[in-house]
Every structure is written in structure tokens, then in C-alpha cells.
Design a binder for this molecule. Structure first.
Ligand code: ATP
Ligand code: MG
Length: 427
């Protein structure tokens, strides 16, 4: 029997899209060319949720033999990165694989791998905190790892590169240099660092020599046409038809962020009771769309609240910067405003508000560590989605007598849900 496609395989708000993968014209060539150039290393950066991981996963599937991924955290050390990468390589050096490798170097590498693995297995020690820490054998250097990777024609993906601390970053750029130097021997050897917005330059700044050897690629938010493609590919797979005006509403709420689009589409499926491909064609109506939006708000309310909370954390200062920015920005349409117009808006109430505060806070507020409530599209700053805009309007509104307090964030998103009519009327 044919396998039934599930709605949560089509719409994937929190995993990489496969069935609905949309090619990203604006960066496609850059990525493909860099992947096909021996010795070229990659840094992929962009807004939270803009599609970096999905893009790389799909491109690697199309044009690269193998890849392994290590996810960075703030406490991950360089040694742990090496160790995790070594472990990830295990499938490529299992006995069955080894037997298909013929040349002498490969056989030698396979036996080196097995030796290090055996040594690692025997060096487990218990730290004071009771966690098991493995001691890296001296043989397992980045150079050795590079050989293992190169021999397996395996690309090394380092996710969330921005999270590791500066010392470890320096070591990662040294690794990139090493990979460049070893490309002669292993043309497929490559590292891809994926990081947050603005981290592009971070890798290269540690070593100017790397500049011409690294492709720094900024993945922009999606265009409305790209968002439309997710919808156009996705719903027919489930035998669902979507009228143009509802599609346009989803595009507006998504505002270039593909995860929001996936989330709303999936919620619409749930609202219609569609969990697998429908036997007969169903058409989405406005009521189903509204239920989908409500489901999306319900589903994301905790994270929206958390995003605002971290955005509003600030050391004592003259101005409540984030609140002032949110208030000013919510007086514009969803298109948002240029930095200068935002400044003028804030200065209508805070006449001495410094331009420097605005630019440094805007830089922070687009980062995921700060909630990424604001995004930058072309030269406009705007809210991440209309839902965020409504929430910002609410917490900065005059109901709080102009007094913008941190407590107002504790309001329930019920208010936003009640404003659903308002939202749809705004679209
Ligand atoms: N090219 C694409 N086609 C279809 N859907 C996509 C595409 N890119 C991303 N998405 C969807 O958008 C969401 C976010 O994508 P992804 O996780 O790749 O973004 P990211 O930039 O890696 O995010 P983060 O900064 O959180 O790591 C996912 O739901 C994914 O399914
Ligand atoms: Mg990602």
C-alpha cells in the first residue's frame, strides 16, 4: 500500500523542510559554487528561522556525498567539537564500509580510526560533578580528524557557531585554514559554519588570510514569492485547495519567516482534522484559516512571551530602550520604518533620545539571544510577524498610562487572541 503523506511531514515548523523545500534563488549559486570549489570554506549566516539549516541540508543532499553535524553551545570546547565530530564519523569507518575501501591510505586511516576509538573507549574518567569526560588521545588532532573527514568525502557542518566563546572561535578559524591547506590532498574536505545574523565576519576576522578562502553567505528572509511556494507545494500534497485570498493572508502573517508559514499551515490542517492526505479534495475557508491562526497563537504564545521578556531585559539606564523602540515601531505599518524615521518617532516623546542608543539596541533586538522580535528587511526594521506587532502594541499601549513596565509582559496573550478579528482586518 502507498504510504500516506502526513500533514506534519509536509509542514515542518520546527524541522528542516524536505517535501516543501523551496530553492533560494538569491543565494543558491553562491552556495553551490562554494560547495563545488575545493578548498573553499563556508560561513552561512542570517536571521533566526530564515532557513539556513534547511538550505544547507537540502543542498548537501543534492551535491555532496556525506556530511556530519556538530551543534555548538556556549560551553562546548574545541576539544569536545573534535570528539563529537570523531564520533559522528563512526558510520563511515564501520567494518562493512572499510572493506569496500581499497587503497592503502584508506586502509591505514580505517585502522587508525579503530585504534583511536578503542583508546577513547578506555579513557573514560569521572569528573567531580559526576559526569563522564573522555580524555582525547594525543593522536586525535584536528589534522587527523581532517584526514578521516576527507577520506570519507565528508563535509563538516558546525551549527550555531555564534554560541561558542571567542577562544574556541579562534581555533575554528585555524581549523578552516588547515582545511584550506589540506584541500590539495582531500578536495572534498570542507567546513560549513552556520551562525546567527551578523556573525558572518566573526570567523574571518580572526585570520585575515582566510578572507579569500571563505565564502560568507547571508541567507535573507524569504520573499513573499518563496513563502507562496511553500503553500503552493504543501497543500496539494495533502489534497487541499487554498483560495488565493487566504494564501495572501498567510503570506502577510508570515512576513518572510518560513517557520511561521509552516506553523500556520500545519495548524490549518489540524483545524480541518487533516492529519494525512485527504481522500477527497477539500477547500480551505476563512473559518479554517482563523482557527489556524488561533492555533498558531496558542502554540507560540509561550515563546512569544519569552521573546519579549528577554528583549526587555536591560541594565539600569535613562531609557527603557526596547520598549521605546517597540512603541515607536508599532505606530508604523507592518512594513516598518527606516532607522532615522524610528528615531524621529521616539524623539516625539523623548526629545533627547540618542541616535547611538537606537542603533545599538536595534542591532541587539534582531538577534535570537534577544528574542529576534524585530527583523531587518532591506533597509526597514519591522516586527517579526503581525502577531508580534499586535503584542507590542498591546504592552506599550496607553492602557498602561504611558508607563511602560516590565510587568505588562505578564499579560496573557488572550488579548492578542481577542484581537484576531483586528488582525485579519489588518491583512
Ligand atoms: N527553503 C525552504 N523551503 C521550505 N521551507 C523552509 C525553507 N527554509 C526553511 N524552511 C522552514 O522554515 C523553518 C526554519 O528553517 P531553518 O530551521 O532551516 O532556519 P534556520 O535559519 O536554520 O533557523 P535557526 O536560526 O533557528 O537555526 C523550518 O520550519 C523549515 O521547515
Ligand atoms: Mg538552524
Amino acid at each position: 500500500m502507498e504510504k500516506q503523506i502526513k500533514s506534519n511531514e509536509v509542514f515542518t515548523p520546527s524541522t528542516s523542510a524536505k517535501l516543501t523545500f523551496v530553492e533560494r534563488e538569491s543565494v543558491n549559486n553562491q552556495i553551490v559554487n562554494a560547495l563545488n570549489t575545493p578548498g573553499k570554506q563556508l560561513v552561512i549566516y542570517g536571521h533566526s528561522g530564515c532557513g539556513k539549516t534547511t538550505l544547507i541540508v537540502n543542498k548537501l543532499m543534492q551535491i555532496y556525498e556525506n556530511h556530519i553535524t556538530v551543534r555548538c553551545t556556549s560551553t562546548l570546547t574545541y576539544e569536545e567539537i573534535v570528539l563529537q565530530a570523531f564520533d559522528e564519523l563512526n558510520p563511515y569507518y564501520q567494518d562493512s564500509k572499510v572493506s569496500t575501501i581499497s587503497n592503502a591510505t584508506s586502509i591505514k586511516l580505517a585502522s587508525d580510526y579503530a585504534l583511536i576509538k578503542a583508546e577513547l573507549g578506555g579513557t573514560k574518567t569521572t569528573t567531580e560533578q559526576g559526569t563522564i569526560k573522555r580524555v582525547i588521545p594525543p593522536k586525535l588532532t584536528m589534522q587527523t580528524l581532517a584526514r578521516f573527514l576527507g577520506n570519507a568525502k565528508c563535509c563538516f557542518v558546525l551549527e550555531d557557531f555564534h554560541k561558542i566563546n571567542a577562544d574556541e572561535k579562534t581555533k575554528v578559524s585555524q581549523t578552516m585554514k588547515l582545511f584550506v591547506d589540506m584541500a590539495e590532498e582531500y578536495p572534498e574536505l570542507k567546513i560549513i559554519c552556520i551562525g546567527a545574523v551578523d556573525t558572518g565576519r566573526e570567523v574571518v576576522q580572526y585570520d585575515p588570510e582566510l578572507k579569500s578562502r571563505v565564502a560568507e553567505i547571508n541567507v535573507p528572509l524569504m520573499t513573499d514569492t518563496e513563502i507562496a511556494q511553500i503553500i503552493d507545494i504543501g497543500f496539494p500534497l495533502l489534497n487541499i485547495e487554498i483560495p488565493a485570498f487566504i494564501k495572501n493572508n498567510i503570506i502577510k502573517v508570515a512576513n518572510g519567516v518560513p517557520s511561521v508559514c509552516h506553523s500556520i499551515c500545519l495548524q490549518i490542517c489540524f483545524a480541518m482534522g487533516i492529519y494525512t492526505k485527504s481522500n477527497s479534495k477539500i477547500v480551505i475557508d476563512m473559518k479554517m484559516f482563523e482557527s489556524g491562526i488561533k492555533g498558531y497563537i496558542q502554540d507560540s504564545s509561550d515563546s512569544i512571551k519569552a521573546d519579549f521578556e528577554i528583549a526587555l531585559v536591560q541594565r539600569k539606564g535613562t531609557y527603557k530602550n526596547a520598549m521605546l523602540i517597540f512603541k515607536a515601531l508599532s505606530s508604523f505599518s507592518m512594513e516598518g520604518a527606516e532607522q532615522h524615521d524610528l528615531l524621529l518617532k521616539i524623539q516625539e516623546t523623548e526629545s533627547k533620545y540618542p541616535a547611538g542608543n537606537l542603533s545599538s539596541y536595534l542591532k541587539q533586538l534582531v538577534k535570537s539571544e534577544k528574542g529576534a522580535i524585530i527583523i531587518k528587511r532591506a533597509n526597514h526594521y519591522c516586527f517579526r510577524s503581525p502577531i508580534y506587532k499586535i503584542y507590542a502594541e498591546h504592552i506599550t499601549s496607553n492602557n498602561y498610562a504611558g508607563e511602560i513596565t516590565h510587568d505588562s509582559i505578564n499579560m496573557d496573550l488572550k488579548i492578542v487572541k481577542e484581537k484576531i478579528d483586528y488582525l485579519t482586518s489588518q491583512l
